[in-house]
Design a protein around this ligand. Structure first.
Ligand code: ATP
Length: 234
């Protein structure tokens, strides 16, 4: 569904990603792993047009999308849940969700509100509350709900479990699996490597802007280098 070849993105003279190749098959969960500063967020931003790649090709459902404006990429069916969530804290939960559908002109937005509220009942309970008053976990649910309002075929999640308590993290991973089972393909950036590999089909390891390993989630989880560097040597 998504095929990335030779993707290279720089900040001025800093070359943050250096010719990476990633494939995300339709229906799968693919995990992108790596330490702080490896280039994971840069990759995600490049995919949705927030950063302009210097070189390489990004094909989504066979169509080249590198260099397209972000709203065009959303319209094609890719949504990003950004690192740090970017909830509008002075707007209500309902308004935050509406923002996710702002590109749409179809008449099925009501039905999608219902779907999001069914998946996240807490958001329906709190729909008139300001986004900033939600807990961290609820804000993450809201960020995911907002992305779903754009009806993505491919959902990009940048560190969805960051800063959340273990029980809430388990909830987030369960929700990601459910969204995938309902037919949405997922590219997941995570520092919680153990949990990410449990739900992923395949995984890529990024180090200083380069893919150093890729394979099935089981292969990556049993790789000695991954165990040592990301799984506490277990
Ligand atoms: P983290 O989990 O900390 O966000 P990451 O793997 O997502 O890490 P990136 O944020 O993509 O890493 O950063 C990759 C490299 O690009 C790092 O060396 C970082 O310092 C650099 N970088 C990121 N954003 C900028 C920026 N706006 N300007 C200059 N350099 C940047």
């Amino acid at each position: 569904m998504l095929n990335i070849r030779g993707l290279t993105t720089c900040y001025g003279t800093i070359n943050a990603i250096k010719g990476i190749d990633i494939d995300v098959p339709q229906g799968s969960i693919v995990s992108l792993l790596g330490a702080n500063g490896a280039g994971k967020t840069t990759t995600m931003k490049s995919l949705v047009g927030l950063l302009k790649p210097q070189a390489g090709q990004i094909k989504f459902q066979g169509q080249e999308i590198q260099g397209l404006a972000p709203h065009k990429i959303v319209n094609l069916g890719i949504s990003l849940v950004p690192e740090g969530r970017n909830i509008l804290s002075g707007m209500t939960v309902f308004e935050n969700l509406e923002m996710g559908a702002y590109q749409r002109k179809d008449k099925e937005i009501e039905a999608d509100f219902k779907k999001v509220f069914k998946r996240f009942p807490i958001l329906e309970e709190r729909k008139q509350q300001l986004g900033g008053t939600l807990s961290g976990g609820q804000q993450q649910m809201l960020a995911i709900g907002r992305a779903l309002m754009a009806r993505p075929k491919l959902l990009l999640l940048d560190e969805p479990s960051m800063g959340l308590a273990p029980l809430v993290v388990a909830d987030i991973f369960r929700v990601i699996q459910e969204i995938n089972q309902d037919g949405t393909t997922i590219l997941l950036v995570e520092q919680n490597v153990r949990q990410a590999l449990k739900i992923a089909d395949s995984a890529y390891v990024l180090e200083t802007g380069k893919i150093v390993l890729h394979g099935s989630a089981d292969e990556i989880a049993s790789n000695p280098r991954v165990k040592e560097a990301y799984l506490g040597g277990a």
